[in-house]
Design a protein around this ligand. Sequence first.
Ligand code: CTP
Length: 434
Amino acid sequence: MAPIEKRVVKNLSKKMARLLPRGTMALLKKIGALADQNNCSAFVVGGLVRDLVMGRRNMDLDIVVEGDGMRFAGVLAKKLGGSLVVHRRFGTASVYTPEALKIDIATARKELYEAPAALPTVEFSSLKNDLIRRDFTINAMAVSLNSANFGQLIDFFGGERDLGLGRIKVLHDSSFIDDPTRIFRAVRFEQRFGFRIDAHTEDLLKRAVSREMFDRTEKQRIRDELVLILKEPDPLKGLRRMDSLHELAFIHPAIRFSRRMEALFKSIGDCTAWYRNSTLGGRAIDGWLLYLMALVDDLGYNELHSLCGKFVFSNRDRLRLLAFKKIYKRAVAVIGKKSVRPHRIFALLEPLPYEVILAIMAKAPSQEVRSKIEEFFTRYHRTRLEINGRDLKAIGLEPGPGFKKILDKVLYRKVDGYLKSKADELVYAKKLIR
Ligand code: CTP
């Protein structure tokens, strides 16, 4: 069979030079030259190509090799002085450069494509064979790396046209059946770029939703896609769209999009923005986790506990989600009291992860509670004593369980603003001992 023409659209090398860091560009050229030497063809594919065409920056290096990709990955790792991790199960490899860049490498195989649904069974070039298995036309373009045609954009399926039209379109009718996580991905790309899922694709998506395809999918993969939607700059938009496509039921049948949830999402946006602009903002927080807390806000503790198990959330995420569920009511009751002293708020909030505190702040029923949490963050959070156990020993207290009690009491006194110096702390400790 004659080789199948690659559909070359244009050359992107100038755009690449403009948008990619110099090191990445040099790396892609090296990969191309190495492919020349090894008599194979190498392409960069996926999100980086999509974003290049759109004029956006992207650092994901997904490489497809026509030839022996695994061998090529080994040669590349050696050439770069990097390390190689082979994922046998998927037939892929990752090369880590000494500069800590990650390059994912897959082999494109020439084989008969057992066509799902509408496609005739034909022999494709290996690259086309790889690309046609991908999710959407906009994600199924490639750029050549070999030196003779470095930078050439290859677009078999009208990805560039769909980018221009702002259209999310599958490559074939069974795309959502092959991989139901694409049901979430379609919404994510639609919202991120302000695109629209095309009518036929939406039809296929809804059919896949009604066939409950998620039940046959690894829950971790659904979780990862959900988290990615919650990490987008405006997750509320994605959530609204997921609701209109009946996707929320896959997270839990009791989750309903409501005005209350919408208000909570907005309040979380405000609180995280406040946090990031405050002096504490240097410490990164998982904003997506706050949105997830909002999403599961109508669930009870036990329902949330089993949801965490079902979607295999990490222990740390599970503990934070459950802590918010458990502590919210008590926290609001304590903080909302008119004459509450700072040390009571301190004792309650200080041990909690920031995400839990910010979620309490976002959901708080009154501005008064919110202000007190703001005050906690800005005025007495991280208050520590200057004295320690050694000082207590020096003034004659026998080491024992009483130590912690006394130190806590001194700390709370300090939080309430009564102790200004180490000497004050010591005087108060002595008083307590007496
Ligand atoms: N892909 C796919 N089906 C999936 C996941 C990924 O076909 N369920 C393909 C797409 O070609 C995608 C590429 O693998 O472009 C890389 O996937 P990923 O890194 O998850 O997404 P990106 O498109 O790079 O998007 P993002 O910018 O969000 O990283």
